[in-house]
Ligand binder design. Structure first.
Ligand SMILES: Cc1cc2ncn([C@H]3O[C@H](COP(=O)(O)O)[C@@H](O)[C@H]3O)c2cc1C
Ligand SMILES: O=C(O)c1cccnc1
Length: 345
């Protein structure tokens, strides 16, 4: 694994002091100031840049879809990949607003995806049904982490200054819920939720499937790769790998919703040095998201009651990162603007 250096504390400290010289009462820009300090520490730059962002959407299928745990059929994963390529998904609309580089990676969709515009970096054709057997082998989980690393590497080499990972994979809230329960010991009932919109009997079945899988697989919470292999997904592993690679390259990571946060938690368990590189875009409606955020002691920037994924919540939060860098780069100091400082009271 490439090593992740600690953030540049001296740079963060310099930027924190510089913020107090800008024409505003000290601290008055609140969490935006903390964001600017964090970005300075992450990048090691006094005037960090976050544009353009790189958005990578990892797509893969889940064998557990056959248990009826999603409101939508498995075919939607492949169909949405075509929609991403055609530019018609929510993430396309938001990424365009940001001037983002958008890449779609087939990490293991259970269909033949041909055509231009898709990066084919497949580990296997969907996972196995985690209700019956391990979702994948450990070496496959490692290979999926490497898919994510390669994608983050491409984004960095293309000049991206911030990484957003998104996902598409029908039934992946089931895999993510199972992983979160395994990693944190939280009872399934406290974190399972509707995903694409299951309720009533279907939600009860989703919960029962996860509880049974946890009882049978019983992965060791101290073995994050084992949890990923037993209960995870190819796109979830790829997101984790992308986060680790971005941090190794000192790129800020803007984390999306529930699934992305479970990937982030897994990646932090693999390498705790990742944590300071993560900025959390939003709190999604899925009940497990608050649990996953709490496990990371994360306070997200937005709460727009989203329940979509794809990287959409992170994309919506990105302008706040831009604003934090603009505050540093464009505001005048008291001295330069000839504005009187605070009275000694
Ligand atoms: C049209 C459509 C577009 C989506 N974009 C993201 N998801 C989201 O829904 C899925 C997770 O929910 P569940 O576990 O209930 O299947 C993931 O693919 C996720 O990214 C979508 C779902 C649908 C139907
Ligand atoms: O927050 C997410 O990532 C999410 C929530 C519900 C359904 N799909 C994705």
């Amino acid at each position: 694994m490439p090593t992740i250096a600690p953030p540049d504390a001296a740079c963060a400290e310099r930027v924190a002091r510089y913020l107090d010289t800008l024409t505003k009462p000290p601290g008055s820009l609140g969490r935006l100031e903390a964001l600017a300090v964090a970005l300075a520490g992450i990048t090691g730059e006094d005037f960090p840049r976050v544009t353009p962002p790189g958005v990578v959407v990892f797509a893969a299928d889940h064998g557990v879809a056959e248990e009826g745990v999603s409101a939508f059929p498995q075919s939607v994963t492949a169909q949405m990949v075509a929609n991403f390529v055609a530019g018609g998904a929510a993430i396309n609309a938001f990424a365009r607003r940001l001037g983002a580089r958008l890449e779609v990676v087939d990490t293991g969709v259970a269909a033949d995806l041909s055509g231009a515009g898709i990066v084919h970096d497949r580990v296997r054709s969907g996972t196995a049904n985690l209700a019956r057997e391990d979702a994948m082998r450990r070496d496959e989980a490692e290979a999926a982490l490497a898919v994510g690393r390669r994608a983050a590497g491409r984004a960095a080499e293309a000049g991206c200054r911030c990484l957003i990972a998104g996902e598409m994979g029908i039934a992946n809230t089931t895999a993510s819920s199972a992983m979160l329960a395994a990693l944190t010991g939280t009872p399934v009932a406290e974190l399972v939720g509707p995903g694409t919109g299951v309720s009533g009997d279907a939600l009860a079945r989703k919960r029962a499937v996860i509880e049974a899988a946890l009882a049978e697989r019983a992965p060791d919470p101290a073995d994050p790769l084992g949890v990923l292999a037993a209960l995870g997904g190819l796109e979830i592993a790829a997101m984790a790998g992308a986060y680790l690679e971005a941090a190794a390259r000192r790129l800020p990571v803007l984390v999306d919703g529930f699934i992305a946060t479970v990937a982030a938690l897994t990646a932090c368990r693999l390498d705790p040095a990742l944590r300071p590189y993560l900025i959390f875009g939003h709190r999604a409606r899925e009940p497990g998201h608050a649990r996953a955020l709490a496990a990371l002691e994360a306070e997200p920037l937005l709460d727009l009651e989203l329940r979509l994924g794809e990287g959409t919540g992170a994309a919506l939060a990105f302008p706040l990162l831009e604003a934090a860098t603009a505050m540093l780069g464009e505001m005048a100091t008291f001295a330069d603007a000839g504005v009187d400082g605070r009275e000694a009271t």
